[in-house]
Design a binder for this molecule. Structure first.
Ligand code: AMP
Length: 537
């Protein structure tokens, strides 16, 4: 019989510290400047934090809210909190105050750990989160902010604590982290990751056909650790023994470029970040000197972004799909032999899909009656999933989030092909149904985005007497490059049937976004309603 090895995340950082101790872990700090560390240093500080938290009375299962940028220190927090047996509740600073109050109270956070510049967020809501006992500011004494709140200084807390503090041991099914869904409709819902689900997810995501990072990589997560389990990258890099570069809070293209040039080979972020980066590279006539692969997900990646990265900058794009409820990886577009055999242009079209799942993620598409649909590249249906790191039920929910066979409805609409590649066509709540036929808003948007004058695009349904709904395309023009309506239409005509073309194209200064940077179609439809928008005759 084999050993019953408990799959706790502390085994990941221990592995990195023992077998890759000197691998560089560096990043921009909140105090300014770049700090240098390595896996041994990150692990030791995590142990010191675990000791400090215990000293403050943290017990197994207690929840600690963490609001911090992607810094080296945040990696020690990432392992120190669950290492003490507590649960890391990631907090997004872009949430509305009411949402933040709701999730902190709902998850029953006892402590808050926060970067100094984000402290005002808590000063404003402190009366509404009465159960918070301590606020720990993630900095040293010299950089502690002035505040009416009673604060603890992180650096002082960890200083002098044992660097060999034992990790909390226990069941691999213990809770490890909590991330709330963005809650565009209704209240945010808490997804609780277990130690086991995080370890299994990281192992599955590490596969060669997935993110495939190794000890030869230097990994920079631009995606914040507070988005959807940080896309698991803070588990994957130490598991592989890869180096890490943490970008800090500067999300501007020049700021990120500077950090990417510190030897980064693998990076990850949502498409909007890369749109800005590509514009910057073009304007400044720059190249990447070390970057090899970029993971793009969270929203559909336009073809033009994939093409430019690969053809102009020699960086391979891994288009991925996932969600908070899936820890988050669902699929990644890597090439199976069937795809490798295709001509270049067709392979690029395959990259507009989000690819195929790793072992431990199962998928199917079903119609409105829950019947399986064929993987024929045409049939469109609701995408269902089940797996080792997929939600079973939301925090404190009375009912399971899955059906009796364990399938979780992702809320996405998709097509699958014979090779098991998934094409996401819409969110179910955002679909456009005209005369009983679905029109893919994602495909309309991505096609329009191929025009250099289109900075951002969103297709939404507008009620129509005869067809019940018709598509309207809302466009934010690129600075100094407003496209002509006719130019956009002729682009769309190449790809869509006449009845699928939008009835109108509206130019706006900006689009409403959710806290995780996705276009909020709910709010956009409301805006159009508020403006009493009517379709042209
Ligand atoms: P979140 O839980 O905030 O990460 O949001 C998950 C949702 O983002 C998914 O259910 C999809 O609707 C959307 N999404 C994520 N990745 C992609 C992608 N590559 N293409 C299209 N939609 C995506």
């Amino acid at each position: 019989m084999m050993q019953n090895y408990s799959l706790r995340v502390s085994t990941i950082i221990d592995h990195a510290a023992r077998f890759h101790p000197k691998r560089p872990v560096l990043g921009r700090s909140v105090e300014g400047g770049v700090v240098q560390n390595n896996w041994l240093g990150v692990q030791r500080e995590a142990k010191q934090l675990a000791a400090a938290l215990r000293g403050l009375g943290i017990k197994k299962g207690d929840v600690i809210g963490v609001m911090a940028w992607n810094t080296v220190r945040h990696l020690s927090v990432w392992y120190g909190v669950p290492g003490a047996g507590a649960v890391n509740h990631t907090l997004n600073p872009r949430l509305f105050a009411e949402q933040l109050i709701y999730i902190i109270n709902h998850a029953e956070d006892r402590f808050i750990m926060v970067d100094p510049d984000l402290l005002p967020i808590f000063e404003a809501i402190i009366d509404k989160i009465p159960k918070i006992e301590k606020i720990i500011v993630l900095t040293d004494r010299a950089n502690m902010p002035e505040s009416p709140l009673d604060l603890l200084c992180y650096q002082e807390l960890v200083k002098g604590q044992p660097t060999d503090e034992p990790w909390m041991e226990g069941d691999e099914n213990d809770p490890c982290g909590i991330c709330y869904t963005s809650g565009t409709t209704g209240k945010p819902k808490g997804v609780v990751y277990s130690h086991r689900s995080n370890v299994l997810h990281a192992l599955a995501a590490a596969a060669p056909d997935m993110i495939n990072i190794s000890s030869n990589d230097s990994v920079m997560p631009v995606v914040p650790l507070f988005h959807a389990n940080g896309w698991s990258i803070a588990y994957n890099a130490p598991m592989a023994g890869a180096a890490m570069v943490m970008p800090g809070r500067d999300m501007s293209a020049p700021g990120l470029y500077e950090m990417l040039e510190m030897g980064v080979t693998f990076t990850a972020a949502v498409p909007t970040i890369w749109l800005g980066m590509l514009q910057y590279l073009e304007a400044e006539n720059l190249q990447f000197s070390s970057l090899k692969r970029v993971l793009i997900g969270g929203a559909s990646c336009p073809r033009a972004v994939i093409e430019t990265f690969q053809n102009k900058y020699g960086v391979q794009v891994l288009h991925a799909w996932g969600m908070t409820e899936m820890s988050p990886l669902g699929t990644i577009c890597s090439f199976k032999p069937e795809v490798n055999a295709l001509p270049d242009a067709e392979r690029l079209s395959v990259q507009e899909t989000v690819g195929h799942p790793p072992y431990s993620v199962d998928l199917k598409i079903v119609n409105d009656w829950g019947e399986d649909l064929p993987w024929d590249g045409v049939s469109q249906g609701r995408l269902l999933t089940r797996g080792a790191a997929v939600v079973q039920h939301y925090l404190k929910a009375k009912e399971d989030a899955v059906d009796s066979d364990g399938w979780f409805d992702t809320g996405d609409v998709a097509v699958m092909d014979e090779n098991g590649y998934v094409r996401i066509t819409d969110r179910l709540k955002d679909v456009i149904k005209s005369g009983g036929e679905w029109i893919s808003s994602i495909e309309l948007e991505n096609c329009a985005m191929a025009h250099p004058g289109v900075a951002e695009a969103a297709a939404v349904a507008v009620p129509h007497e005869k067809w019940s709904e018709r598509p309207v395309l809302v466009i934010v023009p690129a600075p100094d490059n407003r496209p002509k309506r006719s130019e956009v239409i002729s682009l769309l005509e190449k790809r869509f049937a006449k009845w699928q073309l939008p009835d109108d194209i509206i130019f706006v200064d900006d689009l409403p976004h959710t806290a995780t940077g996705k276009v909020s179609k709910l709010e956009l439809r409301q805006r159009l309603l508020d403006q009493s928008y009517t379709l042209p005759e």
